[in-house]
Ligand binder design. Structure first.
Ligand code: ADP
Ligand code: MG
Ligand code: MG
Length: 548
């Protein structure tokens, strides 16, 4: 990951380093606190279904600019609606994925299910979306308007107005738009000057950051429990260290309740008192707390609703459709299906698992996600949404279009056409500016910076259309202690960067949205030298924002 001596550092919430004795004591307590509050996972190296390790965590919360946090929270319902509309736009999904599915077998299999369901008509018109929009702060980014993105040309525009302008295609060159753009550019410069004054006055370097979307997840958006649990640990640590007065800067986080209530609202819509909620799980769930706490919350809050856990293979064996196409597992009718698996090829061991997915898709159960929601969450769709004038197709309000447009950093198609070939050349020329992404979820699939040319050269022209290219985001650093099972005691201070995820719940059909709300957040933090920061993958650590 590219961070250097010029990368800004966010102010810590408390003075570090801690005296060694105090650090040792509070870290040992915090580890126990984490295990005893379910901030835990099954060990991958010494797996046992009978024990848990605490999940890696950052000892004290990482600073995050309040204004950017609040903007992200406020934008979530708009993003929810956007994704809901995208998922229901058959033409957009079909055209956007047309090239990708020619070469990406996994996406093609998902798309085939979509095509078959479309041909027979949707049995269940309502979808349950439980989204997580992931974002990182971009250090020193100028505030670009969608207009600036639209009217300036490609790579040169990026150099001209700053990182992130590269979504532009050829400019229209219209005089009025140019004038408008110059005005906005001047305003940006003015606001940067104001921010610089603010920074000098407060010593907070956050004034220079604005957030950019990393991706949006529509399937298995995890950390609904671990997000709030991270706050609980860090609240305990701050109190232990004598900083209870600072706790009000840690925002409320009701992600678990928000997401589970979403499932229950869908269950209510299904309106069969005996029907169950089904979690689709992997063969082995390492991230078990982040699923069981959902189950336990539902059971404790709504004792009449039962939760079942089944793999795709189990559903193939046990599942069938009833007369009204209700999904039956034995004699139990399923109202809501919550997929915590099914997002990567490894979850489908054979045709049996694909058949199970299709069976569920054709059933009356309300799916999270339904197949069109799953496809709407692909990287290819994200890339298409960031193209000029595309948002207008899904959002009516110009202010909302502007607000959403600002969160995109440069995203480029690698399809085998003029624009795609230009992006390919650009990636070979300046690979250090980019990350290369396939249509996969769950981390560990991307190619970064200098590794990109070799990866691209190994692909044929058509194979490239399974991938997209994205500008790297350069987040500011925080400094703190990362605590891992088996890690150094006392932990050392390290340089870290964070990724914030905002949860959203949206329920509705093609015509109506019946529920739409923001549902809490999660923060994951990784070493600044790591490309990716999956906590389950062992690279990242649980964290929560301290608003400055
Ligand atoms: P996945 O769906 O597998 O989680 P992501 O797009 O979230 O894929 O990429 C995985 C990780 O790679 C992110 O969590 C982040 O750490 C890093 N990453 C992705 N895109 C960018 C980017 N544009 N700039 C910097 N880091 C990125
Ligand atoms: Mg993802
Ligand atoms: Mg991700």
């Amino acid at each position: 990951m590219s961070s250097d001596a010029n990368t800004p550092v966010l102010r810590n919430c408390i003075r570090l380093p801690l005296p060694e004795e105090e650090l040792l004591e509070v870290t040992a307590k915090a580890k126990d606190y984490a295990i005893m509050h379910g901030a835990a996972m099954r060990s991958k190296t010494a797996f046992s279904p009978d024990s848990l390790n605490f999940a890696p965590f950052v000892l004290v919360p990482s600073s995050f600019p309040r204004k950017e946090f609040e903007k992200a929270v406020a934008l979530q319902p708009i993003i929810n609606r956007l994704m809901h509309n995208v998922a229901h736009d058959e033409e957009f999904i079909t055209t956007t994925l047309a090239e990708t599915i020619k070469v990406d077998e996994f996406t093609a299999n998902l798309f085939n299910i979509y095509r078959k369901v479309l041909a027979h008509g949707f049995t269940q018109k309502i979808s349950l979306g439980m989204l997580r929009s992931d974002l990182m702060l971009e250090s020193g980014c100028p505030e670009l308007s969608p207009r600036a993105l639209r009217t300036t040309a490609g790579e040169d525009a990026a150099a001209d107005v700053g990182k992130g302008a590269g979504t532009a295609a050829a400019g229209t060159g219209r005089k009025e738009e140019e004038k408008e753009e110059q005005k906005e550019h001047r305003e940006n410069q003015l606001s940067r000057a104001t921010k610089e004054r603010e920074r000098r006055a407060t010593g907070i370097q956050s004034a220079y950051c604005c957030w950019k979307q990393v991706e949006i997840n529509t399937i298995a958006s995890g950390f609904g429990h671990l997000g709030p649990a991270s706050k609980t640990i860090q609240r305990f640590v701050l109190s232990e260290l004598g900083h209870a007065d600072k706790l009000h800067n840690m925002p409320n986080n009701n992600a678990l309740a928000g997401l589970c209530d979403g499932m229950v609202k869908a269950w209510d819509i299904y309106a069969k008192p005996k029907a169950v909620i089904l979690f689709i799980i992997e063969d082995v769930s390492y991230n078990i707390c982040d699923q069981r706490f959902h189950e336990f919350y539902i059971r404790e809050t709504y004792p009449h609703i039962k939760v079942l856990r089944r793999t795709l293979t189990d559903v193939h064996r046990e599942g069938k459709l009833g007369l009204a196409k209700e999904l039956l597992l034995g004699t139990q009718e399923v109202a809501v299906i919550y997929f915590r698996a099914g997002y990567e090829p490894g979850h489908y061991h054979s045709q049996a698992e694909w058949d199970a997915r299709y069976l569920m898709e054709t059933s009356l159960a309300i799916k999270c996600p339904s197949i069109h929601y799953h496809l709407a969450g692909t990287k290819k769709v994200q890339q298409a949404l960031a193209q000029p004038a595309v948002l207008e197709r899904f959002i009516n309000d110009p202010e909302e279009i502007k607000a959403v447009g600002k969160i995109f950093t440069g995203l480029y198609s690698l399809d085998d056409n003029e624009a795609g070939n230009a992006s390919y050349e650009m990636a070979l020329r300046t690979p250090e500016r980019f990350v290369l992404k396939p249509q996969r979820e769950g981390g560990g699939n991307n190619v970064y910076g200098v590794d990109i040319p070799d990866a691209l050269k190994r692909m044929s022209r058509v194979e490239r259309s399974a991938w997209i290219l994205m500008d790297l985001i350069h987040p500011p650093l925080t400094k703190g202690y990362m605590v891992r099972p088996g890690g150094d005691m006392p932990p050392q201070i390290v340089d870290m960067v964070s990724e914030l995820g905002i949860f959203g719940v949206v329920i509705g059909d093609a015509e109506h949205i019946v529920h739409n709300y923001q549902a809490g957040h999660m923060l994951r933090t990784k070493l600044s030298t790591a490309n990716e920061g999956g906590v389950a993958a062992g690279l990242g650590a649980l964290d929560s924002p301290y608003l400055i």
